[in-house]
Design a binder for this molecule. Structure first.
Ligand SMILES: Nc1ncnc2c1ncn2[C@@H]1O[C@H](COP(=O)(O)OP(=O)(O)O)[C@@H](O)[C@H]1O
Ligand SMILES: [Mg+2]
Length: 671
């Protein structure tokens, strides 16, 4: 079974494809031959040897193509004095050793058809020739067909018997010794060493089934052990990623696995949690058919997938592997093979974007619940229901319920807030109405005549003692648990099966409002709008007036109606119903500012999303609002159901889990 692209299995596949009978003792390799001239002209020309790391890359490529299971790289002086790459692959028969060093001689590609569907790392037949021309190179190799190894000195051409087990050792000494000008461009040994290590690291991340070791000046600097080839792919990858990049990378990422177009494209790997994003793009690894690539299509797709959960210039971490029918990708674009060209870049873009988006959309709370492997919630909690029964009565299906496609037309038709006055309990109720919509129908809502009732707005501190007596059954079945208190009007505390949950209520509510707004726009429906009884007017800049006029259609789609009242005044006549309780003027100003910034003609989805995000931020509950326990619980239930609810629209986390072991550790319990 083919577990890894570019593996020995593919070498076998090629051997099976060829009409030339394979060597009896080494069925997996074909003889090295000169490429025909017409093929040479097809191959992307250029220099492949820039620095020691490029030599390392080419030699490790070769070892992998030879089916190696263990590759050892030894370096002296950052690779400038010596690069030796040792493998246990198929080896090269002595009569072919001189051929291997010839330009355009390869065992991997024969004709145009093979060039167009390359499955090996190499295919140009140039690397060894190029390396040998700027260094003192020797090849020591042994196949299973010979009774000893043979050593070829590239400079002298001398070929003699030597000792070695099956496999190949390429030794490259004194790189650029004959071209001092190029040697001058090399950096310090430490820098060159770092590049060499990075080069091996890229290979290692693609091939968990191969062991790698790097020695520098006689010291082992890196070692990654081979995982058994039958290890399940995502597990093997997670282990290798942890070995190479650190356990943190795995802990802070989610597995990606999606198949597209009936298997023509597979995207797998790991996508970092938005939380793990960094200021530098130094942990972004992309592969196409086992080859490390820098590809704009993939990186742009990844960026787009994170757009909605990462703001600013934060760089996500990821290791993504695109497996694609070799006929759909051209690897013969760049001499160093670091770039590829997709026959249909759109399909790859969409595949990568969707694969990551799907991974990131699932609220982590749901994963928590799955991990905890809890029995379904019990509707009738033992121990008797108190007056706070709603906290126990969330059937499990409720959590899996899809988001409502659209909001009801209006939530709070009654109140017309003044922008300056503090919100009354009634107004706050109205603001929270959207939250209650999809929350489990709690008893208190049934008792109430409508959202205007103020009983739910009892400050949390007063309700808390009674709530604390609720049996913990519901808390265990709800991923984010049962709200217990509000801290300084900013955080909600909850108890769940794992321990304690802390929620940034503004951040969380912001995401919920945003996702609801998006769900509405997704249907190309204008956002439900609510006319203001008294239009809110404000002194506007000429630019604002112009933007309001130019974008009236877009504004309408967004549920806003902003019209000139006088040459220097704008009037907000309608706002999105979901934001009816906010400051209409402030909302209008920020949306107009966004509209001016984005290209007027095309209000693309992205700009829309950003505008929606602005609106959501504006509409989300602010800090220092007292919430009742019911409202806190409603918020938690909504978070469990809302996609991407682990981050607010600015990419900040909305909640944190403190597990019991973590709490115990804080208090040195059990030590
Ligand atoms: N480590 C190795 N083990 C077995 N064969 C090798 C090894 N390195 C190079 N070769 C052989 O030498 C040929 C030339 O290598 P190279 O110049 O890198 O070109 P390419 O890899 O593009 O074919 C390869 O096609 C392969 O047959
Ligand atoms: Mg090669």
């Amino acid at each position: 079974m083919r577990l890894w692209p570019g593996g020995a299995a593919q070498v076998h596949k090629i051997a099976a494809m060829t009409s030339t009978p394979a060597l009896p003792a080494s069925p997996s390799r074909r003889p090295i031959q000169d490429l025909p001239d017409e093929l040479i002209s097809q191959i992307a020309a250029g220099e492949v040897v820039e620095r020691p790391a490029s030599v390392v890359r080419e030699l490790v490529d070769n070892a992998l193509d030879a089916g190696a299971r263990q590759i050892t790289v030894r370096l002296l002086a950052g690779g400038v004095r010596l690069i030796s790459v040792e493998d246990d692959g198929c080896g090269i028969p002595p009569e072919e050793l001189p051929v291997a060093l010839r330009r355009h001689a390869t065992s991997k590609v024969r004709d145009l058809q093979e060039l167009e569907s390359v499955t090996t790392m190499g295919f140009r037949g140039e690397a060894l020739a190029a390396v040998a021309s700027v260094s003192q190179t020797s090849i020591l190799s042994r196949t299973t067909a010979t009774d000893s190894a043979w050593l070829l000195d590239a400079r002298s051409g001398e070929l003699r018997r030597a000792a070695r087990a099956q496999g190949t050792t390429l030794e490259v000494k004194e790189l650029f010794f004959s071209t001092p000008a190029r040697r001058k461009f090399l950096k310090t040994d430490a820098t060159e060493l770092a590049h060499c290590i990075e080069s091996v690291r890229r290979h290692a991340l693609a091939r968990p089934d191969v062991g790698f070791a790097i020695w520098h000046e006689g010291k082992l600097v890196e070692q990654w052990r081979a995982l058994p080839p039958d290890t399940e792919r995502s597990q093997a990858l997670a282990r290798r990623l942890a070995d190479v990049l650190g356990q943190e990378f795995v802990d802070q990422s989610l597995p990606v696995q999606r198949v597209f177009h009936n298997g023509a494209i597979t995207v797998y790997g790991r996508a970092g949690l938005p939380d793990a994003a960094r200021s530098r793009a130094d942990q972004q690894y992309s592969y196409v058919n086992g080859r490390f690539v820098r590809d704009k299509v993939i990186s742009h797709a990844a960026k787009a997938a994170y757009e909605d959960v990462l703001h600013g210039h934060k760089q996500p971490i990821y290791a993504l592997y695109v497996e694609i029918d070799p006929l759909r990708v051209d690897v013969n674009v760049h001499p160093t093979k670091i770039e590829v060209r997709f026959r249909d870049s759109r399909e790859v873009h969409q595949a990568v974007k969707h694969a990551i988006e799907d991974t990131l959309a699932v609220p982590r709370a749901q994963l928590l619940a799955a991990q905890a492997d809890m029995p379904p919630a019990v509707a009738d909690a033992p121990g008797g229901a108190s007056g706070n029964a709603p906290a126990q009565a969330a059937p499990q299906q409720q959590l899996a319920m899809p988001l409502p496609a659209a909001l009801p037309p209006s939530f709070a038709p009654s109140a017309t807030p003044s922008a300056t006055a503090p919100l009354t309990p009634t107004q706050m109720q109205a603001l929270w109405a959207p939250l209650r919509e999809a929350a489990p129908p709690p008893a208190w809502q049934v008792q109430e005549s409508g959202p205007a009732s103020s009983t739910a707005a009892v400050p949390a501190t007063e309700a808390a003692p009674a709530e604390a007596t609720t049996p913990p059954v519901a808390a265990q079945s709800w991923p984010l648990g049962r709200a217990v208190a509000q801290i300084h009007g900013v955080y909600v505390l909850a108890e769940n099966a794992q321990g304690m949950v802390i929620v940034d209520m503004h951040a969380a509510h912001e995401r919920i409002v945003y996702e609801r707004l998006k769900a509405q726009l997704g249907n190309d429906q204008p956002i439900a709008s609510q006319p203001l009884l008294i239009p809110a007017t404000f002194a506007a800049t000429p630019q604002e007036v112009a933007a309001a006029e130019a974008h009236s259609a877009s504004l309408h789609t967004l549920g806003l109606e902003i019209a000139p009242f006088s040459p220097k005044t704008l009037a907000v006549r309608a706002v999105p119903a979901v934001l009816a309780q906010g400051d209409a003027v402030e909302l209008a100003r920020s949306v107009l500012a966004e509209l001016q910034q984005h290209e007027a003609s095309t209000l693309i989805a992205r700009a829309r999303h950003e505008i929606l995000a602005t609106m959501a931020c504006h509409g989300a509950v602010r800090a220092n609002r007292r919430l009742s326990l019911e409202e806190m619980n409603a918020l938690l239930r909504q978070m469990e159901q809302t996609e991407r609810s682990d981050q607010c629209n600015h990419g900040r986390p909305t909640w944190r889990q403190l597990t019991m072991p973590e709490l115990d550790a804080l208090f040195l319990r059990g030590r």
